[in-house]
Design a protein around this ligand. Sequence first.
Ligand SMILES: Nc1nc2c([nH]c(=O)n2[C@H]2C[C@H](O)[C@@H](COP(=O)(O)OP(=O)(O)OP(=O)(O)O)O2)c(=O)[nH]1
Length: 170
Amino acid sequence: MAEGRAAKTSKRTAQRGPKARLKRKVTSAGGVVFRGCRKPRVLLIMPAKGKRRRWSLPKGRVEPGERYWQTARREVKEETGVNVKVLDPIERVRYYFMAHDDEGVEVNKRVHYFLMRYEGGELRPQVEEVRQVRWFPVEEAERLLAFENERRVFRAALERWRKRCRQATR
Ligand SMILES: Nc1nc2c([nH]c(=O)n2[C@H]2C[C@H](O)[C@@H](COP(=O)(O)OP(=O)(O)OP(=O)(O)O)O2)c(=O)[nH]1
């Protein structure tokens, strides 16, 4: 499939000229997984790719027939090993980057994030793309997240989580 896409891309690039920009839309979904109310902790992953080590929220591509929340729950399971309950949608973030595997393709990425509660399971990534997975205290997590997009989603999710915790103890 990758070869087919590469071949198609170079043909289109040739037709449109070297300066033409090819674009691709990619949609993913992911989760902000919390556990604990008194000292909440959040689950972050370190992707395997890239030389620079960075912490990130778990997420991945939407598959045909999936609802966004289902993708988010599946990706969290695959990337971290844990089971979750999906609570609320948080935000859809958007960013653009140049794909390395497909020369000259600008990716228009959308990611739908959900607030999630940890329900059990060990920290054990089931996919090669994840180098490490860990629970972090919320203050530390905010410092570690590499992208402003993800920090914003994290802050919104934490606010919701705290509100839910307050309601649960009333
Ligand atoms: N994760 C993430 N990557 C970002 C953001 N902003 C931004 O420019 N990037 C860059 C970093 C990478 O060079 C590029 C692709 O990262 P990505 O996390 O979307 O890629 P991926 O293929 O692992 O995505 P996925 O399957 O997990 O959805 O986008 C952001 O807010 N979050």
